[in-house]
Write a protein that binds this ligand. Structure first.
Ligand SMILES: [Zn+2]
Ligand SMILES: [Zn+2]
Length: 142
């Protein structure tokens, strides 16, 4: 469990007047620990004994606070969710839709330069890079 992430989420929730109820904590801990970019159904399966409505409500709060982002996966047409307390970008396989995280990229100047260029007030950053994953490359070579 990455403790600094949990602290970040707890503090951000508190700052915005949200309580860290036990179900919310379970969902937050799962989102921090997983790197599988789960759908709501997957979260429901992994985090036991929580109603789907609680999962959606909690995700909605976390998205509003920019702690979780939504990813549309064109391969299964489902919305996937991803903990985004630590900025990173996604490399997506165009064949099987598998999404992996990559972090070796400097995000720090991106929001500022986007604001300068467009006048938008930037509230979040998301980058996707596309390609063929190693498994799909192997299949293609056969
Ligand atoms: Zn693939
Ligand atoms: Zn991710």
């Amino acid at each position: 469990m990455e403790n600094k992430d949990l602290t970040l989420v707890v503090n951000t929730l508190k700052e915005h007047g949200y309580k860290l109820t036990s179900p919310r904590k379970q969902i937050v801990e799962y989102m921090i620990s997983t790197h599988s970019h789960p759908t709501a159904e997957m979260i429901h399966r992994e985090v036991k004994n929580l109603p789907v409505s609680t999962i959606y409500n909690t995700l909605e709060i976390l998205i509003k606070l920019h702690l979780v982002i939504e990813i549309d996966n064109k391969n299964d047409d489902k919305t996937h969710y991803d903990y985004f307390g630590t900025p990173h970008y996604h490399v997506v396989c165009t064949n099987c839709g598998k999404i992996v995280d990559a972090e070796q990229f400097d995000f720090s100047k991106l929001p500022e330069s986007a604001e300068k260029e467009t006048g938008y007030q930037v509230t979040g950053v998301s980058i996707e890079v596309f390609g063929l994953c190693p498994d799909c490359q192997k299949l293609k070579d056969k």
